[in-house]
Ligand binder design. Structure first.
Ligand code: SF4
Length: 323
């Protein structure tokens, strides 16, 4: 025995099982997690600590943005380029594997678990486009797939790998109990890119400001979004946490906020017209709590402040709301 490798670790059950199954088959395993503004590594960190393995955190944002702009195998149900994303993660893991002199990359994929991205054909596409032929192990379904190089070299005991397939989670749950894995999140759909609402925000950003500004991409996870008639985008905070984030993002746009009553902070990356700017100020007022205020709301726009005349009508902005 004696193979050493990197296992993609999201923190989900299958990714944890893959580590334990490989260890049982004689391998030494470290985790690797790809971090983007759309996927936080909290669960992976927790799982690595529970499994007692080293975790490599890799910033994957530039790769993910490039794939969102041009996904060779298209998108899943939303703006999620899962097949290419997965193949690229595996390729990056393979590059690290080479640098570290390790033997394999592994994943917790289960054949047939996801109809689009985990059928036999997709698993083959991922292996081929990752350039890791023979060095990519799916320990949970390994016996249903061709033996990999570490298996044929006898460095990993193929007999101890598994033949799980399909959508049922029963075998994984039994195996978790057997291997002492007790803490795992319920199965989720994936990263933020798999969410419809998030996809709408992302597409809107792509079409208007573009995805070059990393800070604007990171801000996709917060705030309501509006696109005003002349093309000005407005991010509108939903609570104090989001308002504070938008205030601190002052450098990427103009901050608009009420001065004399409680209300949301807005961030405007690019002002396209004076008319839009007036509308943005009115939008902030429409979401402010001004019932006890006598007179108009004063709104700060950048370094200037000016009153915005009533009435403030939230319904008027529905047609401009992206998400
Ligand atoms: S769910 Fe997100 S992180 Fe996972 S493969 Fe799909 S696009 Fe990539």
């Amino acid at each position: 025995m004696g193979a050493k490798g990197l296992s993609l670790l999201s923190g989900g059950l299958d990714s944890q099982l893959a580590v334990r199954v490989l260890e049982r088959a004689g391998a030494e395993v470290e985790g690797i997690c790809f971090v983007t503004p759309f996927f936080a590594p909290d669960a992976a960190k927790k799982a690595a600590a529970a499994l007692g393995i080293k975790l490599h955190l890799i910033d994957f944002t530039d790769d993910e943005i490039a794939l969102v702009e041009n996904p060779p195998h298209g998108f899943g149900g939303a703006m999620n380029p899962c097949i290419d994303c997965h193949a690229t993660m595996i390729r990056r893991a393979g590059e690290l594997m080479e640098r570290l002199g390790y033997d394999f990359v592994s994943t917790g994929e289960v054949m047939g678990q996801r109809p689009m991205s985990q059928n036999k054909q997709s698993l083959g596409v991922v292996e081929k486009s990752s350039g890791l032929k023979g060095r990519l192990i799916r320990p949970l379904s390994a016996k249903l797939l061709e033996p990999t190089i570490p298996e044929t070299e006898g460095k990993i005991d193929r007999e101890k790998l598994l033949d799980i397939s399909g959508r049922s989670r029963n075998r994984q749950i039994e195996l978790a109990a057997e291997l002492g894995i007790v803490d795992y999140p319920s199965p989720a759909g994936g990263c933020k890119l798999t969410e419809d609402g998030f996809g709408r925000k992302l597409r809107d950003l792509m079409e208007h400001e573009g995805l070059k500004n990393r800070r604007l991409v990171e801000l996709l996870v917060v705030a309501r979004r509006f696109r005003l008639p002349d093309g000005t985008g407005v991010l509108l905070g939903r609570d104090k946490t989001e308002n504070d984030i938008l205030k601190e993002a002052d450098g990427v746009g103009t901050v608009v906020a009420p001065v004399n009553c409680p209300g949301p902070t807005a961030l405007i990356p690019q002002i396209k017209s004076e008319a839009d700017l007036r509308l943005a100020a009115e939008l902030v007022c429409a979401y402010s709590r001004c019932d006890r205020l006598v007179g108009d709301i004063t709104v700060r726009i950048g370094n200037d402040s000016s009153p915005v005349p009533r009435p403030y009508d939230r319904a008027k902005f529905k047609e401009f709301q992206i998400c």
